[in-house]
Design a protein around this ligand. Structure first.
Ligand code: ATP
Ligand code: MG
Length: 410
C-alpha cells in the first residue's frame, strides 16, 4: 500500500519565493519604521486563556462568536489560539507590571488564527504587524500611531491608492446615546434587515453600519450619525486628532459610518482602505480602546493601537525581485574546495552577500555563476602557489571586497 502525503490544512499557506520575499520586506520595513518611532519590540504567546479574548473583544463579535480556535487542556481549562494581538498585550500589561513603563509603546508581529471561510487575502492562519500605545490618554498618541502607519505605507511604496478613513465613536456617554438612537432607527425596519443584522440589532447595533448586505445598506444611509451625540469632550478630542494629522501631513477622510468589528473601541477608529484588493479592502485598522483594560479586570487605562495583515500588505507590495549576490565564488577544480570555502566565508564575514559555486561539472561552474547574476565573480582555478584567482564584475565592488578579504588582484 502506498502512503498518501498529508495535505496542508485548509486556510493555511506555505509562503515561498517572491511572495516570501515580499512578506519579509513588509516585516523588515515595519521593524525599521517602528524603531524610528521608538516602539519597543515585544514577543507574545500564541495562545492565551480563552477569557482574555472573550472578555475583551466581546461575546457578540464575529471573532469571539464564530472565529476562535479554542481547545480544552488537561484540567478542563479552555485556551484559544490568538485571533489578534491587542487582548494578549493588554493582559500582559496588567499581569507583568508593564504599567510602570506607561505610556508604553510596543510593536510585534506574528501568526494569528481565525476560523473563517478561506479566500484570496483571507486565511485561517494569517499574520499581522501590530503597534500599541498603552497608558496614553492624549490625542497625540493617536496621531503618532497614524503617522507611523502612514510612513510605513509610504516606505513600502503602496500609499498611492490607500486612503486613511477616520471616525470617532465618542466617549462612553456619546456612544451609548448613539447606540440607543441606532436601535430605535433600525427597530422600525427590523423585518426588512438581513438576518445577521436582525440579530445584531439588540446585541451590537453599531455593526449594522458595517454590513455589506444590500438589504441593510438602504437603511444605513439615513441612520443617525455619531456627530449628533458627541459630547464636547469627544468633539475636542477628535478635533485634536485631525489637527495633529494635518500638522504631520497625513491625509485622511472622514467616514461617519466607520465602526470597527470589535466592541472595545472609543473615540478614534480608523482603517486604511484600498480598492486594489477586491473584497478584502482593509489593509490596516485600529483605534482607541480605553475600556479594554477594565474588561480584563484592570484599572481604567487609555490605549490606542492598530494592526495590519502582512499578507495583504505583501500583495500590494507585489513580488519582490531577489537582490543579486554581491559575490559568487567559483571553485573550478575540486582540489580547491577548501580555498573556496575559506574565501566565501571571508567575504560573508566582511558583510557582503555571497554564494559558493562548487557542484556540477567543473567546466560549467563559471557559466552557472554568471547566470546566477552575482555582481562580482571570484573564480579559483589551479595555478601558481596552488590557485589562481580570476575576477569579473563591478570594478568598484570588486575592489572593496578584495580589500576587505585581503587579496591582491592579479
Ligand atoms: P475584515 O473586515 O477583513 O474581516 P477585520 O475587521 O476582521 O477585517 P481586524 O481584526 O481589524 O480585521 O484585523 C486587521 C487586519 O488584519 C485586517 O485589516 C486585515 O488586513 C488582516 N486580516 C484580518 N483577518 C484576516 C484573515 N482572515 N486573513 C488575512 N488577513 C486578515
Ligand atoms: Mg474579520
Amino acid at each position: 500500500m502506498s502512503i498518501k502525503t498529508p495535505q496542508a490544512v485548509r486556510g493555511t499557506q506555505d509562503i515561498f519565493g517572491p511572495e516570501a520575499d515580499a512578506f519579509a520586506h513588509v516585516v523588515e520595513t515595519f521593524e525599521r519604521v517602528r524603531r524610528l518611532y521608538r516602539f519597543r519590540r515585544v514577543e507574545m504567546p500564541v495562545f492565551e486563556r480563552t477569557e482574555v479574548f472573550s472578555r475583551s473583544l466581546g461575546e457578540t463579535t464575529d471573532v469571539v462568536s464564530k472565529e476562535m480556535y479554542s481547545f480544552e487542556v488537561r484540567g478542563g481549562e479552555s485556551l484559544t489560539l490568538r485571533p489578534e494581538f491587542t487582548a494578549g498585550i493588554a493582559r500582559a500589561f496588567l499581569t507583568d507590571g508593564w504599567k510602570q513603563y506607561a505610556p508604553l509603546k510596543v510593536a510585534t508581529h506574528g501568526p494569528l488564527f481565525r476560523y473563517e471561510r478561506p479566500q484570496k487575502g483571507r486565511y485561517r492562519q494569517f499574520h499581522q504587524i501590530d503597534a500599541e500605545v498603552i497608558g496614553a490618554a492624549e490625542p497625540q498618541a493617536d496621531v503618532e500611531l497614524l503617522a507611523m502607519a502612514d510612513q510605513l505605507l509610504r516606505e513600502l511604496g503602496i500609499s498611492d491608492g490607500v486612503t486613511l478613513t477616520l471616525n470617532t465613536l465618542g466617549d462612553a456617554e456619546s456612544r451609548d446615546a448613539w447606540r440607543a438612537a441606532l436601535v430605535e432607527h433600525f427597530r422600525g425596519v427590523k423585518a426588512e434587515l438581513s438576518e445577521d443584522s436582525q440579530e445584531r440589532l439588540e446585541k451590537n447595533p453599531l455593526r449594522i453600519l458595517d454590513s455589506k448586505d444590500e438589504r441593510d445598506r438602504r437603511f444605513v444611509a439615513d441612520a443617525p450619525q455619531i456627530d449628533t451625540f458627541l459630547s464636547a469632550e469627544a468633539q475636542d478630542f477628535f478635533a485634536a486628532v485631525t489637527a495633529g494629522l494635518d500638522a504631520a501631513g497625513v491625509a485622511w477622510t472622514r467616514n461617519a459610518a466607520l465602526v470597527r468589528g470589535l466592541d472595545y473601541y472609543r473615540h478614534t477608529a480608523f482603517e486604511f482602505v484600498t480598492d486594489r484588493l477586491g473584497a478584502q479592502g482593509t489593509v490596516l485598522g485600529g483605534g482607541r480602546y480605553d475600556g479594554l483594560m477594565e474588561s480584563l479586570g484592570g484599572p481604567a487605562t487609555p490605549a490606542v493601537g492598530w494592526a495590519a495583515g502582512i499578507e495583504r500588505l505583501a500583495m500590494l507590495v507585489g513580488a519582490q525581485a531577489e537582490a543579486p549576490a554581491d559575490a559568487s565564488v567559483v571553485v573550478e577544480d575540486d582540489a580547491l574546495l577548501t580555498r573556496g570555502t575559506a574565501m566565501v566565508t571571508a567575504i560573508r564575514r566582511a558583510g557582503f552577500t555571497a554564494e559558493l559555486v562548487a557542484t556540477g561539472s567543473p567546466r560549467k561552474r563559471f557559466d552557472k555563476a554568471v547566470k546566477g547574476g552575482a555582481l562580482t565573480l571570484f573564480a579559483l582555478s589551479p595555478g601558481e602557489d596552488g590557485a589562481a584567482v580570476r575576477t569579473k564584475g563591478d570594478a568598484e565592488l570588486l575592489a572593496r571586497i578584495e580589500q576587505a578579504i585581503g587579496i591582491v588582484a592579479p
